[in-house]
Design a protein around this ligand. Structure first.
Ligand code: CMP
Length: 138
């Protein structure tokens, strides 16, 4: 069925000038952009967004990185959006990401891995609502 996922182009990829190329890969893969903005997470925002990882050893590093500079947030729509997007971005660790995936092409490390993709329909809805008002969801 047609559904939605949520993505962020992370501070590393924004800094490195990859916004345009990554959005092109996303739209070339058949995604419709439902919502889109350049924004920056505060430390508190990042702690709230990643609350499920609060007990992990890398939480502090993750929050510091994700609040370190501008990000692009987007809601995307397509048939099988969540699963196909995880295929498009590749493994969390860019060293393990398949050729042609966004992380293989643009990520620099496990922590600074260029893009986020929701892991379920339920989380896509929660994460999209974190960043966008209803009137911003087209
Ligand atoms: P993402 O799946 O978007 O959301 C959680 C993030 O935590 C993940 O991307 C990685 O960038 C990051 N992450 C996972 N494992 C580690 C780790 N061992 N060290 C630093 N960051 C990590």
């Amino acid at each position: 069925a047609t559904n939605r996922t949520f993505t962020m182009i992370k501070p590393d990829a924004v800094k490195n000038g990859h916004i345009g190329n990554i959005l092109a890969m996303i739209t070339n893969a058949g995604y419709q952009i439902v919502s889109l903005k350049l924004t920056q997470l505060s430390v508190k925002d990042a702690e709230n967004f990643y609350a499920i990882h609060a007990e992990r050893s890398f939480f502090g590093e993750l929050v510091e990185f994700m609040s370190s500079g501008p990000i692009v947030a987007a809601i995307l729509e397509k048939e099988n959006a969540v699963d196909d997007f995880r295929t498009l971005i590749g493994a969390t660790n860019p060293n393990e990401a398949a050729d042609g995936t966004i992380r293989k092409m643009y990520a620099t490390s496990l922590g600074e891995n260029a893009v986020h993709g929701s892991d379920s329909d339920a989380n896509a809805a929660i994460e999209g609502a974190f960043h966008f008002a209803i009137r911003e969801q087209f």
